[in-house]
Design a binder for this molecule. Structure first.
Ligand code: HEM
Length: 477
């Protein structure tokens, strides 16, 4: 990022917090870019490239301003919307592309599929798929745990959303949406650079969107002809209010969004949490004690989950330090003031979970993974926001928490997980999600309650202070 040129705020003659540089610095490395802007300018900053600006808002007060006011700050999903009435447009027309009354009504309707009553119906599926996965693992295996969690979540998300009663079709559609999401991410990143390769891939994306839409339409009509289904799609089909039910076209957009929103976020949270536990033997020892005391070796029952307080702290701390959703953006629909900037309508504004969760004034020693901090802190919804906050907070949060708090204990009662010594562990925010970018190699052993950690390489050290590894090695010596 280049040195900022001085741009004066005409009202006060103060310099405006603008860095002139490449806009591509942001998608290239979002965390490094946000950290530089924050340390150079404070809590409001802009990155400017040839007259085009992206604004950045860091910290709880600005999170509150932006996230609590859905009238001023609109959500604008996906750069690649496709032309009107195209399959690409339909597939990208889920909740995140809606605003105002349309969003409010649609959110109320789809919510039925994510209330406690519905979630209880999904538990047997979570249990079955978790037990299947764990039964295929053997002590001594060395596995890419992120790959495993991603495959597991692909099966689980497909089944819960589309096919508790028709698993084959659900998997096929889940795979297709996954592929389509990847194509969108790749093209979204390349959209800044005009070249023939990207133009060809844009054509491929539109063609694939056409095939995917046909599959989803046929799944919807099948569910409509057999309205007894227990999956989320069936619940969305039967949801209605005084204005009617969700249209087929809306169901297509909601199905694609739900899958995209649920699959990788939960998979990466599972993988990061297992890695953090492997690197923190003292935390793992306390967790092991809880699982031994509260559970009986298998998948936790619903009432048992509520008693797993240490598990809850571990999951909260993992989503604080490595939030799967690390930033998001809004566009202001009307003129507004953001810090020293008077924004004309249409400005792009980034807010960040990662930056908020790493503020030392909110979380002392923010780079340390310390689940016990949750015994004494109670942050506001704008200080701790792994699932977002305000009127478009994640509707899948209770479902995700149920999955995390039952799958992790099931794995950890059976297996001890250890990172491979000196393996590389790196991550990057890709399209708002903090993803492992290398294989997350872990060794699985029969659980014996004796924990030790191993040093690893990679940029994980820029995000998490792993000195406990060194401290415990020193203590043992
Ligand atoms: C650990 C897992 C998850 C994380 C970290 C996560 C995170 C988030 C975040 C941060 C937002 C707000 C985005 C914004 O304000 O721009 C969001 C929205 C959303 N999430 Fe999740 N999510 C997770 C799991 C799920 C699951 C399991 C579902 C279920 C299908 C889901 C469905 C949605 C939907 C539909 C929205 C849009 C809500 C709206 O615009 O009204 N998410 N999620």
């Amino acid at each position: 990022m280049s040195t900022p040129n001085l741009v004066l705020n005409l009202g006060t003659d103060e310099p405006l917090p603008i860095t002139r540089g490449r806009l591509l610095d942001f998608p290239d490395d979002p965390i490094a870019c946000m950290r530089k802007l924050n340390s150079r300018h404070g809590n409001v900053a802009a990155l400017e490239d040839e007259g085009q600006r992206v604004y950045f808002a860091f910290g709880p007060e600005l999170n509150h301003q932006i996230l609590s006011d859905g009238t001023t700050f609109h959500s604008q999903f996906f750069a690649i919307r496709g032309s009107r009435n195209s399959p690409q447009r339909h597939l990208t027309s889920g909740l995140l592309s809606m605003n105002g009354e349309v969003h409010k009504r649609q959110r109320r309707l789809v919510m039925d599929a994510f209330l406690k009553k519905a979630i209880l119906n999904y538990v047997p599926t979570v249990r079955q798929l978790t037990e299947e996965m764990v039964s295929q693992w053997k002590p001594g295996d060395e596995r890419d745990i992120n790959r495993d969690m991603t495959d597991f979540m692909l099966r689980l998300t497909s089944t819960i959303l589309f096919g508790i009663d028709d698993v084959e079709m659900a998997y096929r559609i889940g795979h297709m949406i996954d592929h389509w999401v990847h194509m969108n991410h790749e093209l979204g990143m390349g959209a800044f650079v005009a070249n023939q390769g990207i133009a060809n891939r844009y054509g491929e994306l539109l063609e694939y969107a056409g095939k995917l839409e046909v599959e989803i339409k046929s799944m919807i009509s099948q569910r409509k002809s057999n309205p007894t289904g227990r999956d989320a799609l069936s619940l969305m089909i039967s949801a209605h209010d005084e204005q009617g039910s969700i249209s087929d076209q809306e169901l297509i957009g909601q199905s694609a969004l739900m899958f995209g929103a649920a699959h990788l976020t939960t998979a990466h949270t599972l993988a990061w949490t297992l890695f953090l536990l492997a690197e923190h033997p003292s935390v793992m020892t306390e967790l092991h004690h809880e699982l031994n005391t509260e559970l009986d070796g298998g998948f936790p029952g619903v009432e048992q989950i509520d008693r797993l307080h240490c598990t809850e702290r571990v999951v909260k701390e993992s989503m604080r330090i490595l939030p799967a959703s690390s930033y998001s953006q809004r566009v202001n629909a009307v003129a507004t003031q953001l810090g020293p900037f008077a924004l004309a309508p249409g400005a792009g504004i980034v807010f960040s979970q990662f930056m908020t969760h790493h503020m030392p004034e909110l979380y002392p020693n923010p780079e340390e993974f310390r689940p016990e901090r949750w015994l004494t802190i109670n942050p506001s919804p704008y200080e701790y926001l792994p699932f977002g906050a305000g009127p478009r907070m994640c509707i899948g949060a209770p479902l995700a928490m149920m999955i995390l708090k039952s799958v992790l204990p099931t794995i950890l009662q059976r297996f001890k997980v250890t990172a491979l010594p000196m393996s590389e562990v790196s991550g990057k925010v890709i399209s708002t999600m903090l993803c492992p970018t290398t294989a997350l190699m872990m060794r699985l052993d029969e659980q014996d309650g004796r924990f030790e950690s191993h040093p690893v390489r990679g940029n994980i050290h820029d995000m998490v202070d792993l000195r406990e590894v060194r401290r415990s090695v020193r203590k043992a010596a």
